[in-house]
Design a protein around this ligand. Structure first.
Ligand SMILES: CC(C)(COP(=O)(O)OP(=O)(O)OC[C@H]1O[C@@H](n2cnc3c(N)ncnc32)[C@H](O)[C@@H]1OP(=O)(O)O)[C@@H](O)C(=O)NCCC(=O)NCCS
Length: 136
């Protein structure tokens, strides 16, 4: 997927946090620490630095949801993180994002903390970020 395609698909999935631009995706993809996983039109961007892996973003287009693509991407992310030498994985997710929080919990992530008023919705509402992590 090109940075432009990633930005287009990301914009279909996110308002909070705001969608990432094509140059932002290009910047991540240029990093040797980052990796992109793709299933159909769904994608996941991860990054392993030393023994820690971060799930940077994950998006499945609205018309492809509920078919196991998100779960498959998270499983592939865990395997790729291990093969790159990570021993733990972490992520941030908006507190009101129930589908993603359920998906991550089902994949073995547990809440480790939260960041107060970390995101701002397009309507100006402040939302906490939930921090989740799991050993690999
Ligand atoms: C979160 C997201 C990636 C899930 O993708 P998906 O392909 O629909 O997920 P799957 O079909 O693989 O579902 C896997 C699990 O996720 C959870 N889940 C998915 N959609 C859900 C929903 N609408 N409500 C509650 N739980 C849900 C469930 O635990 C589900 O397992 P189950 O089917 O056994 O109940 C997708 O909804 C999305 O792209 N959302 C917008 C972007 C986003 O929030 N990204 C993650 C934050 S970084």
């Amino acid at each position: 997927m090109t940075p432009e395609t990633l930005a287009r698909l990301h914009a279909l999935s996110f308002t909070t946090p705001r969608p990432w631009s094509a140059p932002e995706f290009a910047g991540f993809l240029a990093s040797p620490f980052a990796f992109l996983l793709v299933r159909d039109d769904g994608f996941l961007l991860g990054r392993v630095i030393a023994d820690e892996s971060e799930l940077l973003t994950l998006a499945v287009p609205p018309d492809r949801r509920g078919q196991g693509l998100g779960r498959a991407l998270v499983e592939a992310y865990l395997n790729t993180s291990r093969s790159r030498g990570a021993t733990s994985a972490f992520l941030e997710v908006a507190e009101d994002n129930t589908p993603a929080r359920r998906l991550y919990a089902a994949a073995g992530f547990a809440q480790t903390g939260s960041r107060r008023a970390y995101y701002r919705s397009p309507e100006g509402r402040y939302l906490d970020a939930v921090l989740m992590a799991r050993p690999l």
